[in-house]
Design a binder for this molecule. Structure first.
Ligand code: ZN
Length: 162
């Protein structure tokens, strides 16, 4: 079978950035398993894998709009250090959920500038053109339960809580 909407697909992948540096790879892990058409993976990669078959190797270069989105400067905030308690002084590289009017936002502390912390709420790959090299390991039909949940389950059934 070929990859289509409602396929559960197993892939190995290598992800490289604009300068050719390797950002991530699944090769020393279990394959990534996703439900096609459910938004489990970025749109550009779903489009590149549609209609492909087991054993196919696919290279997809993906622009930000089909990847992790454009870099949004409003998601970079300068926050006075005084708003943090003594217990949780921010340090560069620290990650936490910031409260925003739109709900919690995952941010990383990118710098401490004087008495301010600079927090970035963009995805680390926002604004970047990225390349996936993918090998398709397995394709199967999703079960009714997987379609209801919108994600694949392992062979043992739904191994997580919802
Ligand atoms: Zn589930």
């Amino acid at each position: 079978m070929s990859i289509a909407i409602k396929s559960v697909v197993s892939i190995h992948y290598t992800l490289t950035g604009e300068d050719g540096e390797e950002l991530d790879a699944s090769t020393d892990r279990e394959p990534l398993v996703y439900l096609h058409g459910a938004g489990n993976i970025i749109k550009g990669l779903e489009l590149a894998l549609l209609d492909k078959n087991v054993g196919d190797q696919v290279q997809a270069t993906i622009a930000p709009e089909d990847g992790y989105g454009e870099f949004i400067s409003e998601l970079v905030q300068h926050v006075p250090l005084s708003v943090f308690g003594d217990e949780d002084k921010p340090e560069v590289g620290m990650r936490f959920n910031a409260e925003t009017p739109n709900g919690p936002l995952a941010v990383v502390v990118t710098a401490i500038d004087g008495d301010q912390a600079i927090l970035n709420g963009n995805h680390p790959l926002a604004g970047k053109t990225i390349t996936f090299d993918v090998k398709i390991e397995d394709i199967r039909e999703a079960t009714a339960e997987e379609l209801t949940h919108g994600h694949p389950h392992s062979a043992g059934g739904c191994g997580h809580h919802h």
